[in-house]
Design a protein around this ligand. Structure first.
Ligand code: SF4
Length: 338
């Protein structure tokens, strides 16, 4: 199967039939016929084209699975993915889709997305729309087309986008969950192939654009799992906003990191403490510490506010956006689904 290419946004002509792609911070200048390192944008006859107007996956998830914990608890999300990623993380559980063009194990999958059909499917399922599993930042054209159908849209993204790209999509996004995978640029580059700075900048820019932001950090051995690395990440996030929900993800061996052991639960427990010590008020562990790891407590009085299962919200005790016990404001977009 071959990709179906369409004209792309965020492009500028360069001399000699070259084109500039302004979607991610690589800012590629592409020669005629050249494809970018993302493998899903190319210069064909002096026109920048994208292959990501594609649905290789389209199924319903709980919003807690993205994960979003402070955004419309209990909502359902029709989640779409098209092949491709700007990163090449060695542990990627979705590498068969994300690493298209880089790995022999990642052939092209999917067919042209039809936004009206996806919107109808979402409405019939009482769901919003989401782009996840691969890199939604590579699919601004699809995101904008989906937005024309009036449903809320969320992204699970690596945040590796230019300011212009963020400004283009932020008005149609309800929320983004951004991965911060490493404490410093060198280890981030070793893991992903890309620098860390633009990811942190993206968090600030989405927040400034009034998009709801949550952050994930997978505890990857040698990259983000040591107390020092976690402390650095947590302080960086707290400096942006102590209200950023921080999700600590258990690393599990996959793809090119099959020999690294899974993150021990005790390490996740101490990582949660590091987050709180750094000033982050909402720190979560989805799958290793049981219900307490997924619970939202009032930072002021410790009342239980939201109880969650592994991929679902069970009980919401909030009164609007306030703690029912002490009345403290709890940051989030707590309105009822979708
Ligand atoms: S999305 Fe990034 S890697 Fe791909 S062509 Fe554009 S600038 Fe280059």
């Amino acid at each position: 199967m071959e990709p179906e290419w369409r004209p792309a946004v965020l492009t500028a002509p360069l001399p000699g039939g070259r084109v500039r792609c302004g979607l991610c911070p690589y800012n590629c200048g592409l020669d005629e016929g050249q494809t970018g390192p993302c493998q899903v944008r190319r210069n064909r006859d002096g026109v920048l084209e994208t292959a990501t107007f594609t649905a290789a996956v389209a199924h319903i998830d709980a919003i807690e699975r993205k994960p979003f914990y402070h955004l419309r608890p209990g909502a359902r999300v029709l989640t779409v993915a098209s092949p491709g990623c700007t990163f090449s993380c060695g542990y990627c559980i979705n590498h068969r889709l994300s690493q298209y063009g880089r790995e022999a194990t990642s052939p092209w999958l999917g067919s042209a997305a039809v936004p009206a059909e996806l919107a109808t499917q979402a409405r019939e399922a009482d769901a919003m729309l989401g782009l996840s599993y691969t890199e939604p930042g590579l699919a601004p054209e699809l995101t904008l087309a989906l937005a024309e159908h009036g449903l809320p849209i969320v992204w699970k993204t690596n945040g590796f986008l230019t300011p212009a790209a963020i400004d283009l999509v932020a008005p149609v996004l309800l929320g983004v969950n951004i991965d911060v995978k490493a404490a410093d640029t060198r280890s981030h580059r070793d893991l992903t192939g890309a620098p860390l700075g633009p990811v942190l900048d993206a968090i600030e820019r989405f927040l400034a654009a009034d998009v709801w932001v949550e952050v994930c950090t997978p505890l990857i051995p040698g990259v983000s799992a040591s107390p020092e690395q976690l402390d650095t990440i947590a302080h960086r996030l707290a400096a942006i906003s102590p209200d950023l929900p921080w999700h600590l993800l258990r690393f599990t061996p996959d793809f090119k990191m099959l020999l690294d052991p899974p993150t021990p639960p005790a390490m996740l427990e101490s990582a949660r403490e590091i987050g709180h010590q750094a000033g982050l008020r909402f720190v979560y562990v989805e799958r290793a510490l049981g219900t307490p790891g997924r619970r939202t407590e009032c930072p002021d009085c410790a009342a239980t506010l939201v109880e969650r299962g592994i991929w679902a919200t069970h009980e919401v005790h909030l009164r609007g956006d306030k703690c029912p016990n002490c009345g403290a404001h709890i940051p989030g977009r707590w309105e009822v689904r979708p």
